[in-house]
Design a protein around this ligand. Sequence first.
Ligand SMILES: NC(=O)c1ccc[n+]([C@@H]2O[C@H](COP(=O)([O-])OP(=O)(O)OC[C@H]3O[C@@H](n4cnc5c(N)ncnc54)[C@H](OP(=O)(O)O)[C@@H]3O)[C@@H](O)[C@H]2O)c1
Length: 283
Amino acid sequence: MKNILILGGTGKTGRRIVRRLEAAGRTVRTASRAGGDVRLDLDDPSTWAPALDGVAAAYILEPNRRSSADPRAGVPGFVTRAVAAGVGRLVLLSAHGVGEAGEANPLWAAEQAVRGSGVDWTILRPDWFSQNFSESFWLPGILDGTLALPTGDGRTPFIDAEDIADVAVAALTEDRHSGRIYPLTGPRAISFGEAAELIGDAAGRTVRHLDIDPAVFVERSVAGGVPAGMARLLTGLLVAIRDGGNSPVSDGVEQALGRPPRRFEDYVTETAATGVWNPPGTD
Ligand SMILES: NC(=O)c1ccc[n+]([C@@H]2O[C@H](COP(=O)([O-])OP(=O)(O)OC[C@H]3O[C@@H](n4cnc5c(N)ncnc54)[C@H](OP(=O)(O)O)[C@@H]3O)[C@@H](O)[C@H]2O)c1
């Protein structure tokens, strides 16, 4: 049986996709720089051939949101090699706003490569993931009780990574998603203040959002080890939420799956039950 290759197979979306495909009896190959079935580094084309051998469909992401000057590396280079290796279907994890951002956004080149690949393709453009609060960069603030972000009272329709995985699996396994671009959001826009309150209530602790100056946020991010360019990029995206430039609620999940997206409140309830929001040393 032909393989389905999952880049970022150990990450927030990838591992959820793998779980679903394996449960459905599909043959899956996870790829990452460490910890997957096969070692694959998007920055190192010499690692690509073994991962692509016998692959029918691939889930692709650009983990570093950087653009490469070398067209042979990164997602554009990988897409060319994947098609040459016989991959017939590509599902790209992009991001909200890429369509409007144009070439300035590093994911633009990735989208163009997939759209021009000549094989079946689907593009997912998710809003901010709910799981950033529990599996990624906002977790330390939640555990600390103060989530300091330059987002003011701005609101955004967080998307549950479980929904992204459901859409990705559909696109990897069903013909009808070919040529589609799905904007993926939750069912309503939520401020970071409300998100912090919902999480605090569910975790039985006080958690608050603190609006901070964007320049201070960049400084803190860099001091915490985030590369300066990435820190500025992320800050710009957060400030856009503050300034009302967040993405509107979309019906992409409904279009792809015929059901509404999961509610942020349900994500919070389920995640609180795992204990991930209990600071170390508490019961
Ligand atoms: N978080 C959000 O709110 C959000 C919103 C919209 C879009 N996105 C997009 O989502 C993508 C991230 O997806 P995710 O959250 O599922 O992943 P993730 O949790 O950030 O994990 C990254 C995955 O990619 C792998 N990886 C990292 N560098 C790699 C490289 N050079 N070559 C190959 N694999 C590499 C990692 O494993 P190794 O470290 O072992 O390689 C890991 O499996 C980014 O493109 C981001 O722009 C995120």
